[in-house]
Design a protein around this ligand. Structure first.
Ligand code: PLP
Length: 357
């Protein structure tokens, strides 16, 4: 098989070992002679997976028993609605920081539920930075932020200090760097960026923040129902959960968050250094807001794009075209991407410079 360097923004790269183990479990899970896909989610074997996955999340994020871990369907996009439904009271207001398309969608959903105040936004500068210096309204029911903006390549370098509940969409940088998870009341992340395949969303929720709005909810939209059901109120997305379990186990075995933090730093440093050095390329995010997960950049001479694309293709570099809304290039450096793939991309960038600069 040809070696491919997978820079896809999502669904993104997963460790080879994980894919191999997942393939095996599709045919024979735990030596049962049955596929993982054809057994009960209430079987001992799957319950072990669910328990271990929830425990792994807590261990890797270093949170205690005041938190619950859920694996829900519906993508991160469903959380855009579930968060306000469960946390925004009828007479209250929710505060949002708008840092991109995903934040904008989260805001739009919250507006369908209740009152929203956008307290800071970088929209006027095409979401090229993370705002700072805003005031968080103390009367708000919660503050919602998006830690990493997958489309624009910006990332919170530190998080707002907050006396109200703090909610964060961490879909594209969960488990990529050390965070003080206990400072958050709710974190959600679609699995398909940095944790597993599409189909499940991890929700880490502090138990005491839910159940206060008095709103009557459909069971499936109620965090309390899912908490009570141990994330098995209904049939959970068993396969995405299993693959996420494998990925989290892989991460822990390799050395956990400290290990991946150093690796992710190295990959991002290498690529940003090349973008800054190479006369053909420019980065699009402001330096103090640069993401270590999604590195967005432009070729200054647009007419070189097809040459660059062809060189990338020859080198097995896949998935670096920018999001359709912004164009240019985006290299996603998720946890499973090796340093050697970043080096392969840098080699092509230098090759292009040698030919055309
Ligand atoms: C991809 C992404 C989403 C949307 O996730 P879905 O699972 O497709 O709903 C939301 N937020 C962020 C930050 C993302 O990167």
């Amino acid at each position: 098989m040809k070696q491919v360097h997978n820079f896809s923004a999502g669904p993104g790269i997963l460790p080879k070992d994980v894919l191999e183990q997942a393939s095996k479990a599709c045919l024979d899970f735990d030596g049962l002679g049955l596929s993982l896909l054809e057994i009960s989610h209430r079987s001992k074997n799957f319950e072990r997976v669910m328990d271990a996955s929830r425990e792994l999340v807590k261990t890797l994020l270093n949170v205690g028993s005041d938190y619950e871990v859920l694996f829900l369907g519906g993508g991160a996009s469903l959380q855009f609605g579930m968060v306000p439904l469960n946390l925004l009271s009828e007479t209250g207001v929710a505060a949002y920081v708008n840092t991109g398309v995903w934040s904008t969608k989260a805001i739009a959903e919250a507006q369908r539920v209740g009152k929203v105040e956008v307290i800071a936004s970088s929209e006027a500068e095409r979401f090229s930075y993370i705002p700072s210096g805003y005031t968080i309204p103390e009367r708000a029911d919660y503050l919602h932020i998006t830690s990493n903006n997958t489309i624009y390549g910006t990332q919170f370098q530190n998080f707002p200090e907050c006396s109200i509940p703090l909610v964060c969409d961490m879909s594209s940088d969960i488990f990529s760097r050390p965070i003080n998870a206990s400072a958050f009341d709710l974190i959600y992340a679609g699995a398909q960026k940095n944790m597993g395949p599409a189909g499940c969303t991890m929700v880490l929720v502090k138990k005491h923040v839910v159940g206060k709005t008095g709103r009557k909810l459909l069971s499936m939209l109620d965090y309390q129902v899912h908490i009570k059901g141990g994330s098995m109120y209904n049939t959970p997305p068993v396969f995405p959960i299993y693959v996420s379990y494998l990925t989290l186990s892989w991460l822990k075995a390799q050395g956990g968050i400290a290990w991946i933090d150093a690796l992710n730093q190295k990959k991002a440093d290498l690529l940003y250094a090349e973008i800054d050095r190479n006369t053909l390329f420019t980065g699009t995010a402001r330096n103090d807001s640069r993401s270590r997960m999604n590195v967005c950049f432009l070729l200054q001479q647009q007419q070189l794009e097809s040459t660059f694309d062809n060189l990338c293709k020859e080198a097995g570099i896949s998935g670096i075209r920018g999001h359709r809304d912004v164009g240019g290039y985006r290299a996603s450096l998720y946890n499973a991407l090796p340093v050697s793939s970043v080096q392969a991309l840098i080699d092509v960038m230098q090759h292009l410079e040698n030919q055309f600069a």
